[in-house]
Design a protein around this ligand. Structure first.
Ligand code: PLP
Length: 395
């Protein structure tokens, strides 16, 4: 029997590619430090659990398709506090930022339309391209420039089929944070070439070294072409809540998104109540998380930088980095770490960066690290990685 051709062709997740080897290492009794998965480990705000406990309905019912009014009000207030003003009819609660992305793609794309996006990029985007039939037009960025891109880099990729530009800012998997000048530059291009902007800002507050938040939402003159993707997953350490949001002032897009939301009835009722609690946690909670990630960034960057041959600019935000290693094939090296290397029964797993690139051949000598371990574990993990690299290169 036949199955979907376009999905059959899709490659497996690069983040988990080496999982079999990690499992084998664990079976041998080794401890494996995971630097591969971007799953935050900080404590979810207590308010989330309080709201869930106090939710005692007789029947757990479907909720309004666009989200429960309390949560929409919380999201609206969170944005207003940032100086970004949405009405309640411009906010759709979604099942994670993931569903918001799928709906944004479905609302905007006709088969064959091109979406520009900086590469390396969040690998799940590839799924949304396949679902919507959009063509991926990557703007290649480089470790040497801290993964920033210029006006010329974008213009070189624009064609008559270009429909939108998609940007993860702060960037997963690179840790790049755009300046407001860069945001304005993209906005100017979007206006000139009549493009939509899909701004994936799920890491919005995770900007380091005193950088201000940079959001497409701050620019009033792109309101009609902007779709913001948001999520509680990273900001509130609540990946399991599966609550996100799509925000847009474009009425046509919102009307399509409304139909898509109606088609899947509603998001989880209890999780929406929990998420209201998350938004109560407020700014102090978020800045504390940011400060912890910054300390971790300092540890990882500090240790990596001491290794000769490593190329990596200081990551500016989120909790990831991509670094060039002095080996030809990082996937082989990372596999070797799991199969043939250990220090006191411990080793590390990280992701080969190749899977974050669309352009074939790029990223082969690069590693993607998610620094979501506590500080002592993280130091140990990076030291093991460094010693492993030394031994690997010595062989
Ligand atoms: C984690 C992540 C998301 C969405 O995650 P959800 O848990 O579905 O909210 C979206 N974009 C990027 C870049 C991410 O890293």
């Amino acid at each position: 029997m036949d199955v979907s051709t376009k999905f059959k062709k899709m490659e497996a997740s690069s983040v988990r590619k080496l999982s079999i080897f990690a499992d084998e290492a664990k079976k041998k009794g080794r401890k494996v430090y995971h630097l591969n998965i971007g799953q935050p480990d900080l404590a979810t705000p207590q308010q989330y659990f309080d709201h869930i406990r106090s939710f005692q309905p007789k029947t757990t019912e479907y909720m309004p398709s666009l989200g429960i009014p309390e949560l929409i009000a919380s999201i609206q207030k969170y944005y207003a506090d940032l100086g970004i003003h949405f009405t309640k009819k411009q906010i759709a609660v979604t099942c994670g930022g993931t569903e918001a992305l799928v709906f944004a793609f479905l609302a905007i794309i006709n088969e064959g339309d091109e979406i520009l996006l900086p590469e390396p990029f969040y690998s799940n985007y590839a799924t949304f391209f396949t679902i919507s039939g959009a063509i991926c037009a990557p703007i290649t960025t480089y470790a040497e420039n801290g993964f920033h891109f210029t006006k010329e880099d974008i213009l070189a990729r624009i064609t008559p089929r270009t429909k939108a530009i998609l940007i993860s800012n702060p960037g997963n998997p690179t840790g790049m944070v755009m300046t407001m000048d860069e945001i304005k530059m993209v906005a100017d291009i979007a206006r000139k070439y009549d493009l939509y902007i899909i701004a994936d800002e799920v890491y919005r507050e995770f900007v380091f070294d005193g950088r201000p938040i940079s959001s497409f939402g701050f620019l009033p003159d792109i309101e009609d072409r902007l779709v913001i993707i948001d999520s509680v997953s990273k900001r509130y350490n609540a990946c399991g809540a599966r609550i996100g949001a799509l925000l847009t002032k474009n009425k046509e897009i919102f009307s399509i998104v409304t139909k898509l939301c109606q088609g899947r009835l509603s998001c989880s009722t209890i999780e929406q109540h929990g998420a209201v609690g998350l938004y109560e946690a407020g700014k102090a909670y978020i800045t504390d998380a940011r400060d912890q990630y910054q300390k971790r960034r300092d540890i990882v960057y500090g240790l990596l930088h001491q290794i000769t041959g490593v190329i990596c600019e200081k990551p500016e935000g989120a909790f990831y980095l991509i670094a060039k290693l002095p080996v030809d094939n990082v996937e082989k090296f990372l596999t070797w770490l799991l199969t043939d290397f250990e220090i006191n029964g411990e080793t590390v797993m990280a992701a080969p960066a190749e899977g974050f690139y669309q352009t074939k051949g790029l990223g082969k000598n690069e590693i993607r690290i998610a620094y979501v371990l506590d500080e002592p574990e993280l130091s140990k993990a990076i030291i093991i990685l460094a010693k492993g690299l030394e031994r690997y290169l010595g062989n």
